[in-house]
Write a protein that binds this ligand. Structure first.
Ligand code: ATP
Length: 510
């Protein structure tokens, strides 16, 4: 399936099967804001839980937090967001479309990267088993040329953005001949900076109202609570604070469904370490987070690291875990070594100490921070798009199946009576009564069983349980597995165990 078609199918499937709706759809929607429907809310909750357990329950030195969305406005002065949380925008004068200048340049580089990859793939085919990719990449003239060109462009962009030389960013776009992806026009305006924070007001009267921002990241809620958590939790360095919650960004371009939203949810963890030890922990968290992604079985080839050329004002090292979305490899998660920038800035702006007394070193210091930050909605898109598959079956027919990892699936099992009579519905409902305490399960008696199977395949339900006349005699049912479509007969008393085994956190995360 072509990538564009695949992405369209993902969006329409998400709506048709009750995963995602446009926000306020009856009013024609609100740009880049979405609602999670009956199945979407469950999948989202399960992803959040999968992350939370891996962070908080799996690490004795990581605790959770749920800080407020609204924070004292000084927070955002200290963090640098008021001055520096902006993206460079550029308008096309002909199409009137607005773009992020850095993204236009990055997409151009990705095209060069694809050319290099083509050379590598060609050589792989030619040389077969004896192909040594590492050697080829470092010796083949064409590949080196492509890689150097890409590096040169990204370095120049990083330098210009650092120096606020927006004229050079425009010059670069023009020199590279970058055109409006929609219309091909090269008639660009100048590049300008645009602050992404949403402002709002606190207070009843216009005179006394206080200007606030909706938080653009959850991390600052963690930093301002550093001492509270450290003291009340008697935490010792190294330790982490994890939180999930809404963040808001007035994104310049938001045309990629839930990949880039104006209201979204983050899952962030700030890990506080001794100064000087941050690179060790940075490497640790890179590996740990990649393993978390791999544990879901979406395909190891779908992930890659992308180290940042341009570091944010607070970072001394940063990388993205990129995922192969239907529109190509894009950032899914960021891992940043944030130094002591944030805690020091909050010390200065608040006048309060945010330090740790290290008994082993017998001294106070402001800890360094390594952050892992992932968008829950982006993770949702990664899981959902990767799981949506169209299969051709042996008899030539096709089926649409959502092969969600069972631990994340919204509904764990659907229970069907084969027919709506002879007491079979009562047995099926009794099974639901027993399972509902531990699992989200549903009852379905409408249509022929084959049709019900297909409906649950498309819904992502890993197990279908069918009660038939034999069930009345020997208390057994048919269990049918979504991915393989195989069926077997099991005792009713075994259903719970089957589900339990397939969604044990230990087997997924262990
Ligand atoms: P991008 O370069 O795509 O704008 P970013 O580098 O600004 O992202 P971070 O500030 O590092 O992103 O945010 C951490 C994570 O939050 C990202 O990896 C992404 O998963 C998620 N995220 C950021 N912005 C959005 C958004 N507008 N919509 C959905 N998720 C987002």
């Amino acid at each position: 399936m072509a990538n564009e078609d695949k992405f369209k199918k993902v969006i329409s499937h998400a709506k048709e099967y009750g995963y995602i709706f446009a926000s306020s759809e009856i009013y024609d929607g609100l740009s880049a804001v979405y609602d999670y429907a009956q199945n979407g809310v469950e999948l989202k909750k399960n992803i959040r839980e999968y992350w939370w357990r891996s962070m908080v329950y799996m690490h004795q030195n990581i605790v959770g937090l749920d800080s407020a969305i609204l924070m004292h406005p000084k927070t955002w002065e200290a963090s640098g967001h008021v001055d520096a949380f902006s993206d460079p925008l550029i308008d096309n004068k002909d199409s009137k479309k607005r773009y992020r200048a850095d993204v236009l340049i990055e997409d151009y580089c990705e095209k060069i990267n694809k050319k290099a990859q083509k050379e590598i793939d060609k050589a792989k085919k030619r040389f077969g088993e004896s192909f040594n990719e590492e050697e080829f990449v470092t010796t083949n003239g064409r590949v080196i040329g492509y890689k150097n060109k890409q590096k040169e462009i990204l370095e120049r962009m990083a330098k210009s953005l650092d120096n606020e030389d927006l004229a050079d960013v425009k010059a670069l776009i023009e020199e590279l001949g970058i055109a409006d992806p929609d219309t091909g026009s090269k008639n660009w305006t100048d590049v300008r900076q645009f602050n992404l924070m949403f402002g709002t007001k606190l207070g009843a009267s216009a005179e006394s109202a206080m200007d606030l921002y909706l938080r653009p990241e959850t991390a600052q809620g963690i930093f301002v609570n550093f001492s509270n958590v450290q003291k009340t939790g008697r935490m010792k360095i190294p330790f982490g604070i994890a939180q999930t919650g809404k963040a808001f960004r007035n994104e310049i371009v938001a045309r990629q469904f839930i990949f880039r939203m104006r209201e979204f949810e983050q899952m962030e963890m700030q890990f506080f370490v001794r100064p000087g030890e941050e690179m060790k922990w940075y490497e640790y968290w890179k590996e740990t987070r990649l393993n978390w992604h791999k544990s879901l079985g979406l395909g190891e080839e779908n992930y890659r690291f992308h180290d940042h050329e341009k570091l944010a004002h607070y970072a001394n090292a940063a990388t993205d875990i990129e995922f192969n979305f239907p529109f190509g490899f894009k950032e899914l998660e960021g891992i940043h070594s944030r130094t002591d920038f944030d805690l020091k800035a909050h010390e200065e702006h608040s006048g309060k100490k945010l330090q740790f007394f290290d008994p082993e070193l017998n001294k106070n210091y402001v800890p360094y921070v390594v952050e892992t930050s992932i968008g829950l909605d982006r993770m949702f898109l990664a899981v959902f798009s990767n799981s949506l598959q169209e299969e051709t079956l042996e008899d030539g027919s096709s089926r649409v199946v959502l092969k969600l990892p069972s631990i994340l699936a919204p509904t764990k099992a659907a229970i069907f009576p084969l027919v709506k009579k002879d007491g079979l519905p009562d047995i099926a409902k009794k099974i639901i009564e027993d399972l509902k305490w531990d699992y989200n399960v549903i009852y379905d008696e409408k249509d022929a069983v084959g049709k019900r199977y297909r409906r649950q395949d498309a819904n992502g339900t890993p197990f279908c349980i069918t009660v038939d006349h034999q069930s009345k005699e020997d208390d057994t049912v048919t269990i049918r597995y979504r991915d393989t479509m195989t069926q077997e007969r099991i005792a009713i008393s075994e259903i719970g165990n089957k589900i339990k085994e397939s969604i044990s956190y230990q087997s997924w995360l262990g």
